[in-house]
Design a protein around this ligand. Structure first.
Ligand code: ASP
Ligand code: MG
Length: 428
């Protein structure tokens, strides 16, 4: 059994949806569970609906929702070539439910309403794709993943209850494969035990697919993207990137930690724990080799990996009374950072000061300064970028930092991190 994940870009037009069907049809021997995200930029549009609803701008919210409805219905009509397929009733039901939500007065926190509204994109996309597959003879079962993925109620970042989810997969998903080879399910969403919809965090469909791969003991997971596979750097930021044919789970986790936007970071653990390889393949040309992420690979074969995080801030926290910044003080500072959900990207301590590089977030920095201000003096530098290079070769790192103003640098055996001034035209 295989798990496939198709993201928004692979579903943004009729041609692309047909292409997804052709890819699935090219695996006639396999049982495949397909996880799908919302089409194109639907999630962003639904976020706007949620925001306007919560700001009590209900008319605008309703209008935005109506636009989304029209787009989906038109696309479904063109794709299916009729208006009578039962999927149109199903779509109507989803929209009616969303309209009910918009009709309620918001009395709960924003994140709750966000999840009730934004998860709609995946319900719509899967319903349309499943109906189209059936119409062309690619028989499949449509699954409402909210009946399978039980989570806690951390809205917008819900955590899977693995025990119950595993049980529901065994009881409700596995038996479906006795009557069909293909199951179509939503990424990104789940449900609490109160039947409230939740989302698993933006770009969470990769993770949803990994939850299925893990609980189904799949032989592999494939993420179908519009790029050739994983690259050694973001092609938007660096010329001359190369494809990585093979890379280990731990390396990908590290890359995500340093800020590479490769695969949703939560995706790796469920796969690594069951030793399920993750393929990243190109839906535009399925014959391209792509990348495989698995347990043991030879790091010596890797090209240098380059990760750049922009809009960084360097905070230097210095004790006012010239007291040493000892472990207990560092523990206090860490505790405050933890409570404010500020992640440290790089740190260094000295006798009476502690420096850390964090993402630029003015509100959080202000709160932190307020809390620390009695005991510490805080200085900070903005508009920095954090460059991480792993497996530096042939003077690449030296080339990248040539002529830059460097504020902090850390070198380990395979990893160098350099915090430097961001060229001014890149400032966002
Ligand atoms: N549709 C969701 C998003 O855009 C989930 C995903 O794409 O993985 O964030
Ligand atoms: Mg997406």
């Amino acid at each position: 059994m295989k798990v496939f994940k198709f993201g928004g870009a692979s579903l943004e037009s009729i041609e692309r949806i047909k292409n997804v069907a052709a890819i699935v049809q090219s695996f006639p021997e396999d049982k495949i569970l397909i996880v799908i995200s919302a089409m194109g930029k639907t999630t962003n549009e639904l976020e706007k609906v949620a925001q306007h609803y919560f700001m009590r701008k209900r008319e605008i919210a309703a209008q935005l929702l109506f636009n989304i409805e029209q787009q989906h219905i038109q696309l479904a009509e063109q794709l299916l070539g009729n208006k009578t397929n039962s999927v149109f009733t199903q779509l109507q039901e989803f929209f009616t439910e969303a309209e009910w939500t918009l009709g309620e007065k918001p009395v709960r926190p924003y994140d709750y309403y966000y999840d009730q509204i934004v998860g709609l994109g995946e319900l719509l996309s899967t319903a349309i794709v499943s109906a189209y597959f059936n119409q062309i003879g690619l028989n499949n079962a449509w699954l409402d993943v909210r009946d399978i993925f039980l989570t806690d109620s951390t809205f917008r970042d819900a955590n899977i209850d693995w025990e119950v989810t595993q049980r529901q997969v065994n009881e409700k998903v596995l038996p479906l494969f006795n009557t069909t080879n293909v199951i179509v399910a939503q990424g990104f969403i789940g449900s609490t035990d109160q039947n409230e919809s939740v989302t698993l965090g933006r770009e969470g469909s990769d993770f949803s697919a990994a939850v299925f791969a893990n609980t189904l003991n799949a032989e592999s997971q494939t993420i179908w993207k519009d790029v050739e596979g994983l690259k050694n750097a973001d092609p938007k930021l660096f010329p001359n990137t190369v494809n990585i044919p093979e890379i280990s789970f731990s390396e990908v986790i590290e890359m995500a930690y340093y800020g590479a936007q490769v695969i949703h970071p939560k995706t790796i653990k469920p796969l690594q724990n069951k030793q399920i390889p993750l393929y990243v393949k190109c839906f535009l040309d399925k014959n391209l080799p792509g990348t495989v992420i698995k347990e043991d690979t030879d790091a010596a074969q890797l090209p240098p990996l380059i990760i750049l995080k922009r809009n960084q801030v360097l905070l230097t926290i210095t004790s006012k009374d010239f007291g040493f910044i000892t472990e207990d003080k560092i523990a206090d500072i860490y505790d405050m950072l933890f409570r404010l959900k500020i992640k440290i990207n790089l740190m260094q301590n000295a006798a009476i000061s502690f420096s850390c590089c964090i993402d630029h977030n003015p509100e959080k920095i202000e709160q932190l300064m307020k809390t620390l201000h009695d005991q510490y003096k805080i200085t900070y530098h903005e508009e920095l970028e954090l460059l991480t290079v792993r497996y530096n070769k042939n003077g690449l790192l030296e080339e990248l930092i040539k002529g830059k103003t460097i504020l902090l640098e850390q070198r380990a055996l395979h990893t160098t991190q350099v915090l430097m001034k961001q060229p001014s035209e890149q400032t966002i």
